[in-house]
Design a protein around this ligand. Structure first.
Ligand SMILES: *Cc1c(COP(=O)(O)O)cnc(C)c1O
Length: 382
């Protein structure tokens, strides 16, 4: 019995070994490494895939988010001190993009069952200063609804999607990344569409925003040595773009395989100490399978420490996403006194089980059995 890895990146990329080597060879032989044909090709393919009008490749997901906010500031849509609705339960990149741009995050509690921002709690947090909503499709599950669109319309808010985790997920036939006014993607190796290094992209239907993102990512320059903005250097290089073109072709198959793994877990785990994640609902009682791409399979338990130890003893790797919400991080002393009980409860109870497009059925069965065998041994009465 060998260890079951949380994520087997070696195996994931071995599947594409021949094509990846072919791709890197083509880039080497082109003699051109930045802002070339491989980037343009991937941007076009990714735009077609997501249904977004424009895609701009950038260096990573955090930059993609930051560039969206900075570009809205250059457009005059946002200004210093404006408020942005953000989920209280998310990876810190979401909030860093807001605060780095001198915008104020207004935290909204998650729904305990979906882990996503509770859309019904947004309206009460809107003030005259609120200008945008940053939605995060956390763990691969869509965070979207008609109500969200109604709020954006009513209060004239921009909706920005942090789509680092849900590439390929759909809402009513529309893909994440094309639902809001702008979207940020991460191609960090462990994401559902992973590069072999860092990578990211911005998607939008707003031509002016796309142009600004591209310019700001290029030292604020649209034309050589003319600098319109105080920009940064944030590029998706040719090698990563070529790799991503290879891997994009099997993204849907990989996501479908993740759903099969999730379905096995959902059917097999019966331990009453464990609370399972869910698919979004299309209608009452009907799972919307396209609405989840299972970037992570996150269970909840009041006995997390013991469960993680129990699984580790059986050589099953697990991780916690995330142990501390952004408002409780040392990086944000100004928010540490805030209390968001739902997000804090989630941070204490979640545990991520192994899931990927390459995990073996025997491994899943072994994990299910181990989770079902977990019990709390009490010392009994004295
Ligand atoms: C991974 C991730 C990011 C950041 O992406 P990087 O490419 O690592 O910069 C942002 N938001 C969320 C929710 C993520 O999971």
């Amino acid at each position: 019995m060998s260890e079951i890895k949380f994520l087997d990146l070696l195996k994931i990329n071995q599947q594409h070994r021949t094509e990846l080597i072919q791709a890197v060879t083509e880039v080497i032989d082109s003699g051109w490494f930045l802002n070339g044909d491989f980037l343009t090709k991937f941007e076009q393919e990714f735009a077609t895939y997501t249904g977004a009008k424009y895609v701009v490749g950038v260096a990573n997901g955090l930059d993609a988010l930051k560039l969206i906010f900075q570009s809205y500031k250059e457009q005059g849509v946002l200004k210093d001190g404006d408020e942005v609705i953000v989920p209280a339960h998310t990876f810190i990149a979401s909030t860093l993009a807001v605060t780095d741009n001198k915008l104020v995050p207004i935290f909204v509690e998650p729904d305990l069952a979906s882990f996503n921002m509770d859309i019904d709690l947004i309206e009460q947090r809107i003030t005259p200063k609120t200008k945008a909503i940053l939605v995060v499709h956390l763990y691969g599950r869509i965070c979207w609804s008609d109500e969200l669109e109604r709020l954006a319309e009513k209060y004239q808010l921009k909706i920005i999607e942090d789509n680092a985790q849900a590439v390929g997920a759909e809402w009513k036939g529309r893909k994440t990344g094309s639902l809001g006014h702008a979207a940020a993607f991460s191609f960090y190796p462990g994401k559902n569409l992973g590069a072999l290094g860092d990578g990211g992209a911005v998607a939008t239907a707003d031509a002016d925003l796309a142009q600004k993102v591209k310019a700001i990512a290029n030292y604020g320059s649209g034309r050589k040595y003319e600098h319109l903005y105080k920009g940064i250097n944030s590029r998706l290089d040719e090698i990563q773009a070529a790799f991503l073109s290879v891997k994009l072709k099997s993204l849907d198959a990989g996501n479908e395989r993740r759903r099969e793994v999730a379905d096995r877990y959902l059917a097999g785990i019966t331990n009453p100490l464990i609370e399972l994640p869910t698919y979004p609902q299309a209608q009452e009682g009907q799972a919307d399978k396209k609405g989840h791409v299972w970037h992570l399979f996150v269970i909840k338990t009041k006995n997390r420490k013991a469960l993680q130890k129990h699984l580790a003893a059986r050589e099953i790797q697990t991780l916690i996403h995330y142990p501390t919400p952004p408002h409780k991080q040392a990086a944000y002393p100004e928010y540490n006194h805030f209390s968001y009980p739902a997000s804090e409860q989630i941070a204490e109870e979640v545990l991520s089980l192994p899931i990927s497009q390459v995990i073996e059925v025997n491994d899943i069965e072994e994990i299910i059995e181990a989770v079902n065998q977990f019990q709390i041994i009490t010392n009994g009465p004295n």
